[in-house]
Design a protein around this ligand. Structure first.
Ligand code: PMP
Length: 414
C-alpha cells in the first residue's frame, strides 16, 4: 500500500505525538485521539480557512468534519472574526457578563420557537446535564428516558465508557430504542409517576451505524407522553443544532421540546453552549445553581451573535444542504460506477457513509485513508459535517479524490 501520508518518524506531527505521550495521558484524550482513526490520520493541526484545514505536516485537506461540528460557516469566517476582534478590544472574562449576553438571549428567543429563555455554558455536556437538572427541579421527579447507544456527553451520567463511573451515576435512567414508539411507551410506563424527562437526540446519529431521521410516530409519541405525564421533553440538539433548522431540529417533525441543549455550531468554533426552555420551566431554571468561571465570556457570545445573524442572512441551512446533496449525488454515482454498495444516511448536511458487508470497517477505513492521501478529510464511522464554506468547486474537487479512493476499494475488495 502506498502510504504517502502515513505519519512517518521525523514529521512534525510525529514529533508532537512523542512529546505529547510524555505529558498527556495516552497522548490525547477522548474522541479527538487520532489513535481511534487509521494511522495515516494526523493528530495535530496548524490552521483552518473556509472549508480547508492544514495539519502540522503542511498537508491541506478539504474538511468534512468541521472540528466535529462547530465550524458551521467555515474556518475563520470573516464576519465572526470581525465580531471577535471587536469584542477582544473590550474584554472577555469579567466579573459578570457583557451586553452580548442579553443580545444573544434575545436572538435565541427570536430564532427558536420554544425558547422563552436561555442559559449559557461551555460544552454540550454542560447543556444536556443542565436540561436534566432543570427537568428534575421543575417536576420534582427522578426518572429520565434515554435512547440506547445515544451520545449525550462525557459526564459520569452519560459517558459511553464506564471506567471511573458507578452504577449510581446512572440511577433513574430507563432505556428505550430510538424511533421505536412502543419501547418509548414501555419505558414511560416503567417510570410511572416518577417520570421527570424524555431525552431525545435530534436524529439517530449513533457511532458506526446508519443514521435515521425521527419518524412522525416516534416524535408524536414523545410529545404525547410529555403532555400526558407533565415530564419535560428534552431535545439534545448539540450535534445537529443550526444545521437542520435554525429553530431547532424537531421543527422538521412539528414537535417542540420544553428544553433543548445546544453547542457545537452556535459560535462557529468559539466555546459556547446553550440551554433553551419554555415558560413551563423558567422558574425551575432559576432554582438550579449552575455556573462556571468561563461561562460569561463575552468573546464567544459575540461570535454566536455574528454566527446566528449570518446563518439567517445567507440561509446557511439551505447552503449546507445544497453542498451535502452535491456530495451525496457524486458519491452515489461513483459507487455505482465502481460496483460498490454503500449507504449514505443522515441529513445531507450531516452524512455518514458506510459500506455494505463491512463489519470491521476495513472498506470504510481504506476509502477514508485513500481520500485523505488525496487531500480530503472524511470519517469512517462518525457523523460528518458540511459547512456554509463548502463551495460547489470544493465538493467537485473532493469528489475527484473520492472517485480515486473508491477505485482502490473496488480493486481491493472486488
Ligand atoms: N450531545 C450530542 C448529541 C453530541 O454529539 C455531543 C458531542 N459530540 C454532546 C452531547 C456533548 O458535547 P460536548 O462534547 O461539547 O460536551
Amino acid at each position: 500500500m502506498n502510504l504517502a501520508t502515513k505519519v512517518d518518524a521525523g514529521s512534525p506531527d510525529q514529533a508532537l505525538r512523542e512529546r505529547a505521550k510524555r505529558v498527556i495521558p495516552g497522548g490525547m484524550w477522548g474522541h479527538m485521539n487520532a489513535a481511534r482513526l487509521p494511522p495515516e490520520y494526523p493528530q495535530f493541526f496548524a490552521r483552518g480557512q473556509g472549508a480547508r484545514l492544514w495539519d502540522v505536516n503542511g498537508r491541506e485537506y478539504i474538511d468534512f468534519i468541521c472540528g466535529y461540528g462547530p465550524t458551521v460557516l467555515g474556518y475563520r469566517d470573516p464576519d465572526v472574526e470581525a465580531a471577535v476582534a471587536e469584542q477582544a478590544k473590550l474584554g472577555d472574562s469579567m466579573n459578570g457578563p457583557s451586553e452580548r449576553l442579553v443580545e444573544l438571549a434575545e436572538l435565541m428567543a427570536e430564532t427558536i420557537p420554544h425558547c422563552a429563555w436561555s442559559l449559557f455554558a461551555k460544552n454540550g455536556t454542560d447543556a444536556t446535564t443542565d436540561c436534566l437538572t432543570i427537568a428534575r427541579a421543575g417536576t420534582g421527579r427522578r426518572k429520565v428516558l434515554i435512547a440506547r447507544k445515544a451520545y449525550h456527553g462525557a459526564a459520569p451520567w452519560c459517558t459511553p465508557y464506564p471506567a471511573g463511573t458507578t452504577a449510581e451515576d446512572r440511577a433513574h435512567q430507563i432505556v428505550y430504542d430510538y424511533n421505536d414508539a412502543a419501547s418509548l411507551e414501555q419505558a414511560a410506563d416503567e417510570a410511572g409517576e416518577d417520570l421527570a424527562a424524555i431525552m431525545v437526540s435530534a436524529f439517530r446519529h449513533d457511532l458506526g451505524r446508519d443514521h435515521e431521521m425521527p419518524t412522525q410516530e416516534f416524535a408524536k409519541t414523545a410529545a404525547a407522553i410529555r403532555d400526558r405525564t407533565g415530564a419535560a421533553l428534552i431535545l439534545d440538539d448539540v450535534r445537529a443544532g443550526f444545521r437542520l433548522h435554525l429553530g431547532g431540529s424537531w421543527e422538521l417533525v412539528g414537535v417542540r421540546p420544553d428544553l433543548a441543549a445546544w453547542s457545537k455550531a452556535i459560535a462557529n468554533g468559539y466555546a459556547l453552549a446553550a440551554i433553551t426552555g419554555n415558560e413551563r420551566f423558567r422558574e425551575a431554571a432559576t432554582k438550579i445553581f449552575t455556573t462556571g468561571s468561563f461561562w460569561c465570556q463575552a468573546i464567544p457570545m459575540a461570535a454566536a451573535v455574528a454566527t446566528l445573524r449570518k446563518l439567517h442572512a445567507i440561509d446557511g441551512v439551505a447552503r449546507m444542504r445544497h453542498a451535502g446533496e452535491r456530495l451525496r449525488r457524486g458519491l452515489q454515482a461513483q459507487a455505482e460506477s465502481h460496483g460498490i454498495k454503500l449507504r449514505q444516511t443522515g441529513p445531507a448536511q450531516m452524512p455518514v457513509v458506510l459500506f455494505d458487508d463491512d463489519q470491521d470497517v476495513a472498506k470504510g477505513k481504506l476509502f477514508c485513508v485513500e481520500a485523505l492521501k488525496r487531500g480530503v478529510y472524511l470519517h469512517p464511522v462518525h457523523t460528518m459535517f458540511l459547512s456554509c464554506a463548502h463551495s460547489d468547486g470544493e465538493i467537485d474537487r473532493a469528489l475527484e479524490a473520492t472517485d480515486a479512493a473508491m477505485a482502490v476499494v473496488a480493486q481491493r475488495f472486488g
